[in-house]
Structures are given as structure tokens and as C-alpha cells.
Design a protein around this ligand. Structure first.
Ligand SMILES: C[S@@+](CC[C@H](N)C(=O)[O-])C[C@H]1O[C@@H](n2cnc3c(N)ncnc32)[C@H](O)[C@@H]1O
Length: 274
């Protein structure tokens, strides 16, 4: 199989996985309950770093079941969410209706978005488990630049790439097990419990690409955006390693012996020049 066919097959398998687990997530995501209770689900880091969105148009790439999209809509943004999983988009529309929080959702692969959707936005936002599904980060950067208005902001909050290369080999002991740098073909993962519902093991495998920090930063710079900051944090939005613990806010940290030693989260803000 040549590269486009291999990538197409990998995306097809990933789409089937996300279609399978979207209804599981609609039941299992704690964010859904919090939204129903009228509570905040966005973290203070992103609220602070992205800044006020009231009255702004916001394109949310890889929006999944729309939880974060609807949270930004509650902050006053006019939100358009995009996802290639048809079932995720159906869940997002259902949630938007139930919560009486308007937002538009588009069913599209982000790589096809320029062909099916017109318009430019004040903000392009993407977060929490998005980059490993993407086959081409340079093209991702160009898509972001295309949909930004001049002066518009791109904001990313994502698991730190170095954390994805680590494994907890003994309780509290991390080891560098997996490759950090990008390779052309994705890695197949199967048989692990779902990250939101530990009692559910997805039937479909995932095909994931690793991207280094330099790949992310260079994709943004090469697309002509002006990088405003890159930040690293010692907390993560899911339990990546067994010994991680949460203080009831659904964010996880490593045991104290790792304090000050290891990044778990990466954020980045960039602006399209006027
Ligand atoms: C972890 S979720 C998104 C994160 C979101 N913050 C959440 O937890 O609800 C990843 C999403 O990326 C979507 N996705 C993966 N590859 C995509 C692509 N090429 N185009 C559009 N959506 C894609 C999947 O369907 C899935 O809904």
C-alpha cells in the first residue's frame, strides 16, 4: 500500500473507533454532568491563556461530542465544532439541544474542511487528545492559518509529547519506552480500556502518530502564524500513568518525587499577522 492509501486506512479505522466510543463518552464524560449542572468544565489555564471569547467566532477542531465547544459557547463565543466522527457530531448536536446552548457542528475530516466550509474565525481552538490522530502536522498548520482572520488567535492545549513516550514500569517509576520523534506510519494500539470508561474496551484499534514539540511549533511557524508563547505544566487531563492522582478536579499529577522534574501538558498560543 502506498502512503496515501495507508493513511486513508488508518483514518478509517480511527473514525470507526471514535464512532464506537462517542455514545460511551456521552454517558461517561464527567464534563457532560458538569455542563448539565451549569458548572465550568474549561480549565483555568485555558480560560486565562486564551482570554475572553465573548462575541468572538471560534472554530473548534476535533470537537468530539462538543463538551468544550458548548463550554466556550457559554462564555459567549459563536462556536463551530468540527469532527470526522459522524456519531460524535450527532452527540454534540444532541447535547447542544438538551443544554439549550447553541453551536454549529460540522461533520468533516479537518483535512477536507477547506473544501466543504467557508469563513474565517477570531479564534481557532483545539485541545486534549487531538494531535496523535493527525497524519500531517504541516498541513494542519496551514488549515489553522486558512481559517483565522488576520489578527486571530490559535490556541492549543495538549498532552506533552514527552509524556506519551514514557511508561510507568514500577509504581512511581517512569521509563522512556516509546519513540519520542515522529515516524511516517502510525502505531497501532488495541486492547486497552477506554480512557473515560475503564469498564469498556473498544472493539476498534487506534492508529496514532507521535509528534515532537518541534513538529508542533514548526507547523505553526511555517504556516505564517506568530508564536506568542509555549507553556508546560505538571498536570494532565487524564490518568496516563497508574500512580497519577487527582484532587477531585479530574486533572492528574505525578507522585511528589516527580515534582519539578517532568512536563505533562503543553499549551501554545499563536496569532495570524494583520
Ligand atoms: C480526544 S477527542 C477530542 C478531544 C476533546 N477535547 C474531548 O475529549 O472531547 C479526539 C477527536 O478527534 C477526532 N478526529 C480525529 N482525527 C480527526 C480528523 N482527521 N478530522 C476531524 N476529526 C478528527 C475524533 O473523531 C475525536 O472526536
Amino acid at each position: 500500500m502506498n502512503e496515501p492509501s495507508r493513511f486513508h486506512a488508518a483514518e478509517k479505522e480511527n473514525r470507526a473507533l471514535w464512532d464506537e466510543i462517542a455514545p460511551i463518552h456521552l454517558k461517561a464524560y464527567h464534563e457532560v454532568d458538569l455542563l448539565r449542572e451549569g458548572k465550568e468544565i474549561l480549565d483555568k489555564i485555558e480560560l486565562h491563556e486564551l482570554g475572553p471569547v465573548d462575541g468572538k467566532s471560534l472554530l473548534h477542531l476535533q470537537c468530539h461530542i462538543g463538551t468544550d465547544s458548548l463550554a466556550w459557547a457559554r462564555h459567549g463565543a459563536r462556536v463551530t465544532g468540527v469532527d470526522f466522527s459522524e456519531v460524535s457530531i450527532a452527540c454534540a448536536n444532541q447535547l447542544s439541544e438538551e443544554l439549550k446552548t447553541p453551536a454549529s457542528f460540522i461533520h468533516s475530516n479537518i483535512y477536507d474542511l477547506r473544501a466543504v466550509h467557508e469563513g474565517t474565525y477570531d479564534v481557532v481552538y483545539t485541545s486534549k487528545g487531538v494531535l496523535c490522530w493527525l497524519k500531517d502536522l504541516k498541513e494542519w498548520g496551514r488549515i489553522i492559518a486558512h481559517f483565522l482572520k488576520p489578527g486571530g488567535i490559535f490556541y492549543l492545549m495538549e498532552g506533552h509529547p514527552i509524556a506519551a513516550a514514557m511508561e510507568e514500569v514500577k509504581p512511581g517509576e517512569l521509563s522512556l519506552t516509546y519513540p519520542y520523534f515522529h515516524k511516517t506510519d502510525p502505531t497501532t494500539w488495541a486492547g486497552d480500556a477506554d480512557y473515560a470508561d475503564p469498564n469498556y474496551v473498544p472493539k476498534h484499534a487506534s492508529q496514532e502518530w507521535d509528534w515532537a514539540v518541534s513538529d508542533i511549533v514548526n507547523a505553526i511557524i511555517d504556516a505564517g502564524l506568530r508564536l506568542e508563547f509555549v507553556h508546560e505544566y505538571e498536570k494532565l487531563f487524564f490518568k496516563l500513568f497508574p500512580s497519577m492522582a487527582t484532587k477531585d478536579d479530574h486533572w492528574f499529577t505525578l507522585p511528589d518525587n516527580y515534582a519539578g522534574k517532568f512536563p505533562l501538558l503543553l499549551t501554545l498560543r499563536a496569532r495570524k499577522p494583520l
